[in-house]
Write a protein that binds this ligand. Structure first.
Ligand code: BGC
Length: 411
């Protein structure tokens, strides 16, 4: 066993030295690279950008299973409607109306969530073999073509389910998933057809909470989000309908762990599917690895009135992977990491605090860069000297833009 380890370590050392530059340093293009939260992909077709995902032998993506999560969110909303059918139709017109806040029409995760809700509620229409995910604008009369009216039978009564309105929540400067825009939208919608709105759904909690605070809390209209941020989980006690945990505690760990493993020259599964020496290991019910896509996906969990008390601290490290690594075998290394939008609720209130907890455990000295959510250059300008870092973790503004980063590493 020891011998095997030695051989493996030597191979790793040799592997690195083969690509070392004249000064004996590892070239930037050969350093470990992880994409997270926004998977390199074509924002129109969703097709994965495999060139970016396999930039070098130590490149990975870390995110969550978007389809599994989307289905959970749709089912959570549907179950709520069924369980509360007697009271949910506020104006008694036989139509259960909902509005939907869309995060980013070019982001696979946002698209999946829109589809998941439409699928569960029977409001989706087919487009090229998939549920159309375009925003409907306003559809109070049910005449739109990008969605259709669904029907739902509960206890012998048949209801119509209608997507009354949906829009991409993008602000005038171009930032997507914009909570303030969602707060304004619910103001506009409720003032013109408020009595028709029985349910509010959002692609994330940032926008969901903004709508809840602006209107639905006072009007006792159940509101559903995604992310299980602390404020949203706490709001369940005040009538927020529910949210989905995308297991950010597992994702933040994986984001840094794949870099750590590559830097140590150990098997990529160390401390992931295979326990490391400190005892860190993840079980199969919290993540999947897709080798072809070079992607790790955390699994989602629904958070509702029934179980929210277990989710009140979204920034707590996941216990099975909370053991300190030994500096002798995992010496301190420097990582450059960016958050695409410093104002994004999920990334700033949940993901980054988790990363900051894990970086100590994994002996990584991480420089955190916060972008403006609008332009890639605002971030890439701050990667002026990649040679100062041992590894990189990147969260793009737009999923098409991986090359803006890899170009800097190729120089
Ligand atoms: C989260 C959103 C967030 C987005 C940023 C998603 O996974 O659910 O809240 O705004 O990532 O890319």
């Amino acid at each position: 066993m020891k011998k095997k380890l030695f051989v493996l370590t030597m191979a790793a050392v040799m592997g690195l030295s083969l690509t070392a530059s004249a000064e004996g340093e590892v070239a930037n293009k050969d350093k470990p690279l992880v994409w997270f939260n926004r998977q390199p992909s074509n924002s129109s077709t969703g097709e994965l950008d495999m060139a970016a995902l396999s930039f070098n032998d130590n490149t990975y993506y870390v995110g969550f299973d978007a389809n599994q999560g989307a289905e959970l969110q749709g089912t959570m909303v549907l179950d709520y409607i069924k369980a509360n059918a007697a009271t949910i139709d506020r104006n008694g017109d036989g139509v259960i109306g909902y509005v939907l806040a869309i995060g980013d029409i070019g982001h696979n995760d946002s698209i999946a969530r829109t589809r998941g809700v439409r699928k569960a509620l029977g409001t989706g229409v087919d487009k090229d073999g998939n549920i159309n995910s375009e925003p409907v604008g306003t559809n109070t009369d049910g005449s739109a073509t990008v969605v259709q009216d669904g029907t739902l039978e509960v206890d012998g009564t048949t209801y119509t389910v209608r997507e009354l309105a949906s829009q991409e929540m993008k602000n005038s400067a171009g930032a997507t998933w914009d909570a303030a825009t969602a707060g304004n939208a619910i103001g506009t919608w409720s003032s013109s057809f408020g009595d028709q709105i029985d349910v509010v759904v959002s692609n994330n909690d940032g926008m969901g909470m903004s709508m809840f605070n602006a209107w639905s809390k006072d009007n006792k209209v159940p509101t559903f989000g995604y992310d299980a941020n602390n404020d949203a989980v706490a709001a369940i006690a005040e009538g927020y309908g529910g949210t989905i945990s995308q297991h950010a505690d597992v994702q933040a760990y994986l984001t840094l762990r794949v870099l750590r493993n590559a830097l140590d020259g150990v098997d990529i599964d160390t401390g992931i599917g295979t326990a490391d020496e400190a005892g860190n290991v993840l079980s199969e019910d919290v993540y999947v690895y897709n080798e072809e896509q070079r992607s790790y996906y955390a699994l989602n969990v629904a958070v509702t009135a029934e179980n929210y008390e277990e989710f009140t601290d979204s920034t707590k490290v996941y216990e099975p992977v909370s053991n300190q690594l030994d500096e002798a075998t995992s010496p301190v290394k420097k990582v450059w990491l960016n958050i695409y939008n410093a104002a994004d609720n999920f990334l700033s209130s949940t993901y980054q605090p988790l990363l900051q907890n894990y970086d100590d455990i994994l002996n990584l000295e991480v420089e955190y860069i916060g972008g403006d959510g609008q332009t890639e250059s605002n971030i890439t300008n701050r990667l002026g000297n990649p040679s100062q870092y041992d590894a990189f973790a990147i969260n793009m503004v737009k999923t098409d833009n991986a090359a803006s980063y890899t170009a800097l590493l190729n120089q």
